[in-house]
Design a protein around this ligand. Structure first.
Ligand code: COA
Length: 328
């Protein structure tokens, strides 16, 4: 039994931070950020907003879109590296906020691959035949771990997320293939060193800014291009497809240059590549479901279309998922 996507939604906080706003905070420029990353602005949370607030809005939109009640949801999976708390999970907060009285759920930590890991996990629960309606959300409040004194990181991330409802299909459609990878030896290149059990939060660790995300941008860039391109090529050849067969490529939005390089390697032409990094920056687990919902709203996806998703992120984690779209 395959899993198909029967509803999509996304949500981003109201506040917008432009590159020009960042120029006033760190030594950077609109020109540098645009030319090196493709980003023009990003949405950021207000002081009283966290990942569960964004996720709850996404979950409510999904219920509305499907016109179902919350108690019909069996399972809630939230891909995030910026949960409101270590515990309870963001999934538990969403369950409470929407009143999903018959659901269980959990958070899943795979950074920028969080939504793809979540989709794979949800699809496998559907394939057991035991679950009928699963919510998969990818969300991140990156500003909660951003050091606005570190121009290597603070210019590239934003806040937001999106989600889907998965349901079974008896057709040869929906999520038809997936390849996921992990290589923990890349862990130190993109890391939040403090605040966990290795370096628990102390006045010293906070003063040393260890609770912020750090990256070796050049190394991450190199692995991201290779990881996303290799895995996308692999899933195409495994399914006897070429880039021409893909109706829409929805890659993780980390850097426009990474996306362009991966699309070129796979032979996917520019107008079949969804790029919205200019508006949102890198929202980590949020990028792919935000882009997917925009594509659906803009009627860029039709019944029977082959959609390729690909991501690369901290861990390292990466992967691709192939969907044959089945209109509801
Ligand atoms: N504003 C202005 N200048 C900056 C800057 C900023 N925010 N950050 C770096 N620079 C400067 C550097 O100091 C360097 O100056 P120099 O040439 O005088 O030494 C120059 O710009 C080039 O820096 P470099 O680090 O080589 O830039 P880059 O082309 O590699 O781009 C990233 C930097 C971070 C945009 C790029 O490496 C990247 O996207 N990496 C992947 C990051 C990522 O995707 N992380 C999330 C993973 S999912």
């Amino acid at each position: 039994m395959n899993a198909k996507i029967t509803a999509t939604a996304h949500n981003t906080p109201k506040n917008i931070m432009t590159n020009h706003d960042l120029e006033k905070i760190v030594d950077t420029s609109d020109e540098w950020i645009r030319s090196r990353t493709g980003i023009e602005k990003r949405h950021i949370v207000s002081e009283d907003e966290a990942s569960s607030d964004i996720s709850t809005r996404i979950a409510l939109s999904l219920l509305k879109e499907k016109n179902i009640l919350a108690d019909e949801i069996d399972l809630i999976i939230v891909g995030t590296v910026t949960p409101d708390h270590y515990t309870p999970s963001t999934a538990a907060l969403v369950q409470k906020n929407i009143g999903a009285t018959n659901a269980w759920g959990f958070d899943l930590s795979a950074a920028c691959s969080g939504f793809l890991y979540g989709l794979e996990t949800g699809a496998n629960f559907i394939s057991t035949g035991k679950y009928e309606k699963i919510m998969v959300i990818g969300v991140d409040t990156m500003t909660s771990i951003l050091d606005f004194k570190d121009r290597d990181t603070c210019v590239i991330f934003g806040d937001g997320g999106g989600g889907v409802i998965l349901e079974p299909t008896t057709k040869e459609s929906g999520i038809i293939d997936s390849i996921l990878h992990m290589d923990g030896s890349g862990g130190d290149y993109l890391i939040v060193p403090g605040g966990g059990s290795r370096i628990p939060a102390t006045i010293k660790s906070v003063n040393e800014r260890k609770h912020y995300i750090k990256q070796d941008g050049k190394t991450v860039y190199k692995y991201a291009v290779k990881g996303m391109a290799d895995v996308s090529e692999k899933i195409l050849s495994k399914n006897n497809l070429s880039g021409d067969d893909i109706a829409l490529f929805i890659p993780h939005q980390a850097n426009k240059r990474i996306i362009d390089a991966a699309a070129e390697r796979c032979g996917i032409v520019e107008d079949k590549v969804l790029i919205n990094i200019d508006k949102y920056g890198n929202t980590t687990a949020g990028t792919i479901p935000i882009a997917l919902n925009e594509a659906v709203n803009e009627n860029r996806i039709n019944d029977g279309d082959l959609i390729l998703l690909a991501a690369f992120g901290a861990g390292f984690t990466w992967g691709s998922i192939l969907i044959r779209w089945e209109s509801i």
